[in-house]
Design a protein around this ligand. Structure first.
Ligand code: BTN
Length: 261
């Protein structure tokens, strides 16, 4: 097992589809997402930035993302899309498909909780934060951040304050090979997404869906907006819920999905 992460070692495992990605590794930073968002106007092509330690990790809906060096992967990938911005609806879900398929291929089956949390045995294994920025030349850059729990020390789980999953099988892999496997799948999915949008990923997302057919609630700041049976996503990445009033399609935003009690 190699824990030491270097750009050259990752590049040695990269497939053709990811060979144009510039790879950078830093010992410590606040947030890899913020770092890349600040640089988009100077970027010539996609950049993967990996931090051994993140001191101000950002999560969805303004939450913080806690991680510990050696126990987690924290990285962001900046990717340039043709645009316009509304074509990127569904991108966070497609990224979930990429990471879930990559981990499953490595022997760790995971499911997707809408819109894009990765669950293992019902607990959160990884989170994805996609942030977009328009460049001066009109292109749209997406900064795709991922935090993956490889091991979960007791103290970190206590700090997070809820049950979280870990993936010891991935933790014992060479970190460079692991990161390359994730990057390879991401690069292939992002290139396809830029051509087709989310519709082409609907079936793949639904195959990976957690809580399919189960009673769930959509919460908005703690208030229940909808309650029904989870019926997968449509071609725009909206969650379909079979409710007593008929089927509703829910757009992701700051709403969150929970199993109904
Ligand atoms: C979530 O809330 O589920 C999303 C978590 C995303 C965390 C990752 S860690 C690497 C990247 N940098 C950040 O500040 N956040 C993302």
């Amino acid at each position: 097992m190699t824990l030491h992460i270097t750009p050259a070692a990752i590049a040695r495992h990269c497939a053709e589809c990811a060979s144009h990605v510039a790879i950078e590794v830093v010992a410590e930073t606040g947030s890899t997402n913020i770092d890349l968002l600040q640089r988009v106007n100077a970027m010539r092509g996609p950049v993967l930035l990996i931090a051994e330690r993140q001191t101000a990790g950002r999560g969805r809906a303004g939450r913080t993302w806690l991680s510990q060096p050696g126990s987690s992967l924290t990285f962001s990938l900046a990717w340039r899309f043709k645009g316009p911005l509304h074509n990127l609806v569904g991108l966070p879900l497609a990224v979930g498909v990429a990471l879930a398929e990559a981990m499953t291929a490595l022997g760790v089956p995971v499911q997707l909780k809408w819109p894009n949390d990765l669950l293992k045995d019902g607990a959160k294994l990884a989170g994805i934060l996609v942030e977009t920025q328009a460049a001066q030349d009109g292109a749209i850059w997406a900064v795709i951040g991922a935090g993956i729990n490889l091991l979960m020390p007791d103290q970190l789980e206590a700090d997070i304050g809820r049950d979280v999953a870990s993936a010891p099988w991935l933790a014992q892999m060479d970190r460079n090979a692991l990161l390359a496997a994730l990057l390879n799948r991401l690069a292939s999915v992002l290139a396809e997404f830029d051509d087709t949008g989310f519709a082409a990923f609907t079936e793949r997302w639904n195959r990976l869906q957690a809580w399919r057919g189960q009673a769930v609630r959509i919460l908005d700041h703690g208030d229940t907006l909808h309650e029904g049976l989870s019926a997968g996503v449509d071609g725009s990445g909206r969650l379909l819920l079979d409710t007593a009033q008929g089927q509703v399609a829910v757009l992701s935003g700051d709403v969150s999905l929970r199993l109904a009690p």
